[in-house]
Design a protein around this ligand. Structure first.
Ligand code: PHB
Length: 393
């Protein structure tokens, strides 16, 4: 009688507090939670969409269980407003008890979350933002996107070597735009190039028209442009409307302005634009052909560089969990990520063990028509480029 009563009590307790009684449902205990903070609305929404799509695609292809643990994505929309990012990261860490925070469509968002990653001792996987300083803001930050220094130094050198003597610059007026401008100028002027006009445009809803008139009046050989992902289509529309294509002022820059996501709708004004970047949908590897085909099939459009940065970001998380055997200790995960190398749709990449930043090929590309569609066709490769834009210590 006594034994039976004890048994019943034990059974009742198990039903209420399964975590204490050893009969834990596999999913609840074994889930790894990733708080994915992206701009799904507002001016940077195309970045959020690309990254969210790519993560969905990766998880469809590879499954949603790693090292015996179920991967759970909790997506939050910060509209690229850093106050939102901070609040959402806090909620994800405190209430949802996430094991990673990831995403971050713009630099101010990645920076806003940095102290929280440090405090919580969990990895912050930056899948979009591109200012060099970001990885210095927390030992828990790892980046799978890019830095503006990686591409802007290379296009600066290319411009002087290819007969471009005078350049007018147009850059988005916030941290990555300032990085792009600084590193381009350093390399272009060191080689003897001259900056004849310099304009900075607001990040939010920019009207490029008045700035474009100043570009035209300065009569440069080319204009160096940095606008963040999502704005290139509008920029090129106004560039054509102002007749800059007809006046022979070529667009050069990091490849953000020629994002594959938008390129095909830019029209012939984009033909001949030369940019340096990490990814082209026309990258000729088999892995990229398969990636582009699968992405198009799933979402109906071409992946851009943000999609690839998201695809690699979730891959990094999966591989780090495999290496720790499913252990979600933040320090162990960061150690596992350092030095990791893999083949991405963009080409070979790795995580610099010193800086936790991405090391990748940078390709110089020219917009050409291939089978009736516009593509960034790669014609030169700089291998294993590290970020050169960090603070000198
Ligand atoms: C950034 O805010 O760091 C950023 C966003 C979009 C880009 C590049 C940089 O295309």
């Amino acid at each position: 009688m006594f034994n039976r009563r004890k048994m019943l009590l034990w059974a009742a307790a198990s039903a209420v507090l399964p975590g204490l009684c050893g009969s834990v449902p596999a999913q609840a205990e074994d889930a790894v939670k990733i708080g994915l903070i992206l701009p799904m609305t507002g001016g940077q929404a195309s970045t959020g969409k690309q990254i969210d799509n790519a993560i969905k695609l990766y998880m469809q292809q590879k499954g949603d269980t790693v090292a015996g643990k179920k991967i759970e994505i909790i997506l939050k929309d910060d509209a690229a407003v850093p106050d939102n990012t901070k609040r959402l990261a806090q909620e994800l860490i405190v209430n949802d008890k996430v094991n990673f925070i990831a995403g971050f469509g713009v630099t101010p968002a990645a920076l806003a979350a940095a102290p929280l990653a440090t405090q919580a001792k969990i990895p912050e996987v930056v899948m979009a933002a591109g200012t060099s300083i970001i990885t210095e803001r927390s030992p828990y930050i790892v980046r799978t996107s890019f830095t503006l220094a990686q591409s802007s130094t290379i296009i600066g050198d290319w411009a002087v070597k290819n007969g471009i003597k005078k350049v007018a610059t147009l850059t988005s007026d916030y941290a990555p735009g300032n990085d792009a401008l600084t590193f381009f100028k350093q390399h272009f002027t060191a080689g003897g190039g001259e900056i004849v006009e310099e304009v900075k445009v607001p990040l939010a809803n920019p009207d490029f028209a008045p700035f474009l008139q100043r570009m035209k009046d300065a009569k440069p050989d080319a204009m160096f442009v940095f606008v963040p992902a999502g704005q290139g289509g509008n920029f090129m529309k106004q560039y054509a409307e102002r007749g800059l294509d007809k006046s022979g002022i070529k667009v050069i820059g990091p490849g953000d302005v020629m994002d594959d996501d938008l390129l095909n709708n830019m029209g012939d004004a984009a033909l001949g634009a030369v940019t340096a970047h990490l990814y082209s949908a026309a990258h000729p590897s088999q892995m990229n052909k398969d990636f582009v085909a699968a992405y198009k099939k799933a979402f109906g459009n071409r992946p851009g560089f943000m999609a690839v940065s998201g695809y690699d970001g979730i891959h990094l998380i999966y591989e780090a969990l495999k290496k720790t055997g499913g252990d979600t200790n933040g320090d162990k995960l960061i150690e596992a990520m350092k030095g990791m190398k893999w083949e991405s749709p963009r080409g070979p990449i790795s995580i610099d063990p010193e800086t936790r930043d991405i090391v990748q090929n940078i390709y110089i590309r020219k917009v050409e028509k291939v089978d009736g569609e516009l593509y960034n066709v790669e014609f030169a490769t700089f291998e294993a480029v590290k970020d050169s834009g960090k603070t000198k210590k």
